[in-house]
Design a binder for this molecule. Structure first.
Ligand SMILES: NC(=O)c1ccc[n+]([C@@H]2O[C@H](COP(=O)([O-])OP(=O)(O)OC[C@H]3O[C@@H](n4cnc5c(N)ncnc54)[C@H](OP(=O)(O)O)[C@@H]3O)[C@@H](O)[C@H]2O)c1
Length: 311
C-alpha cells in the first residue's frame, strides 16, 4: 500500500490524535491479554502517551495507575493515537475489534501483533488497504517478560515507509525489532519458520526425556548431554541453511540412510515402552521418501525432498 496515496486522509484525520514535534507519538494498544499488557507497559515505560482498550473489564488496572488512558470503545481508543497496536488471541478477534473502529483508522498506522498465518496477514493487509490505512503486520518472537528489553525480537512486514517512520516507536517494544519486507505475510513467514523448528525441537526434548524415564533414567541425568547437543545446533542451523539455499546435500560425512536407521531405533525403543512415536514416524516417512527419490547417500538436509513431496 502506498503511503503517499493516503497523505490527504492522514493529514485530515490526525488532528485529535495529536503528537506535537516535542513529544513521542501517541499510541493505543487494543487487547490487554498477557502480551497486550506487556506491550502497553513498554510504551508507557518509554514515555509514549498510551491509550488502552480491552473487550472485558478488569484488565490493565496497573497500566492506568502508571498513566495509561482507558478508552471505552475501540473507536475511542483509535482516535486517541497515531500508532494503533492490536494484539488479541487470533485474527478473527483482531478483525472483530478493528471493525468497530474502521472509520477512525485511516490516517493512522495500524500494527497487528496478533500471531496467525501469512495468508491471514495478507487478508488483513488487503482490508487495511481498502480502508486506506497504513498497515504493518508483526510477530512477537519472545515471551511476555522480555517485552521492552534490548534483546526482545519482533518481526514486522508491510509498508516500508511507515516502518521507517515509526521504527523508534516500535523499538520501545523490542530492541531487536526487525523489518523483513513489504509483503505483509513475511513477518508471519519468519515467525512460523522459526517456531516450526522450535516446537519440533521442544517435542523432541520432552520425548527424549520421556524415553529415558521409561527406561528408569531421570531427565536430570540426560540434561547435561542435551545441552552438549544444543550447543552444536548453532553451527547446524547455518550449515543446513547453506544446504537448503544451494540445493546441494554433500553426504561425505553422514548420509540419510544411516541417519534414518538411527531414527528407526528410537521409534522401536519408544514403542517398545508404549510411548507415542507419531512425530518420529513422520520424520521416518519423509526420510524414506527422500531415500526413494535417490537421496540415500546425501546428507540429512536432503530430507527436505521428502518434506516437499508429501504422500
Ligand atoms: N503470551 C506470550 O508469551 C506470547 C508470545 C508471543 C506471541 N504472542 C501472541 O500474542 C497474541 C495475544 O496473546 P496473549 O498471550 O496476550 O493472549 P491472552 O492473554 O489469552 O489474551 C487474549 C486477548 O485476546 C482478547 N480476545 C479474545 N477473543 C476476542 C474477541 N473475540 N474480541 C476481542 N478481544 C478478544 C482477550 O480479551 P478478553 O480479556 O476480553 O478475553 C485478550 O485481550 C497471540 O496472537 C499470541 O500468539 C503471545
Amino acid at each position: 500500500m502506498s503511503n503517499n496515496a493516503h497523505t490527504h486522509t492522514r493529514t485530515h484525520t490526525r488532528t485529535h490524535a495529536h503528537t506535537d514535534s516535542h513529544s513521542l507519538p501517541a499510541v493505543t494498544v487494543l487487547g490487554l491479554g498477557a502480551m497486550g499488557q506487556a506491550l502497553a507497559g513498554a510504551f508507557l515505560a518509554a514515555g509514549h502517551p498510551t491509550t488502552v482498550w480491552n473487550r472485558s473489564q478488569g484488565k490493565g488496572e496497573d497500566l492506568v495507575a502508571r498513566g495509561a488512558t482507558r478508552a471505552v470503545t475501540p473507536a475511542e481508543a483509535v482516535r486517541a493515537a497515531e500508532v494503533v497496536v492490536v494484539c488479541v488471541v487470533d485474527y478473527d478477534a483482531a478483525q472483530a475489534v478493528l471493525d468497530q473502529a474502521a472509520g477512525d483508522l485511516p490516517g493512522r498506522l495500524l500494527v497487528n501483533l496478533t500471531s496467525d498465518t501469512p495468508e491471514r496477514a495478507r487478508e488483513a493487509a488487503a482490508w487495511a488497504e481498502e480502508l486506506g490505512v497504513d498497515y504493518l503486520d508483526g510477530a512477537v518472537m519472545v515471551p511476555v517478560p522480555m517485552i521492552g528489553t534490548p534483546d526482545a525480537l519482533i518481526f514486522h512486514s508491510g509498508t516500508r515507509s511507515a516502518y521507517e517512520k515509526y521504527e523508534a516507536t516500535l523499538k520501545a517494544l523490542a530492541g531487536q525489532t526487525a523489518y523483513v519486507g513489504e509483503d505483509h505475510g513475511l513477518a508471519a513467514v519468519h515467525d512460523l519458520s522459526v517456531l516450526d523448528f522450535f516446537w519440533t525441537a521442544m517435542h523432541g526434548l520432552v520425548h527424549g526425556y520421556a524415553l529415558a524415564a521409561a527406561e528408569g533414567v531421570k531427565a536430570a541425568a540426560v540434561a547435561p548431554h542435551m545441552k552438549t547437543l544444543a550447543a552444536l545446533l548453532a553451527d547446524v542451523v547455518d550449515g543446513t541453511a547453506d544446504d537448503l539455499d544451494s540445493g546441494k546435500f554433500p553426504g561425505d560425512l553422514d548420509n540419510l540412510t544411516v541417519e534414518a536407521a538411527n531414527v528407526r531405533h528410537i521409534v522401536r525403543a519408544a514403542e517398545h515402552r508404549g510411548l507415542d512415536a507419531a512425530a518420529l514416524r513422520g520424520v521416518l516417512t519423509a526420510a524414506d521418501r527422500s531415500i526413494a527419490l535417490g537421496h540415500g547417500a546425501d546428507n540429512w538436509s536432503s530430507i527436505v525432498e521428502g518434506i516437499r513431496k508429501p504422500a
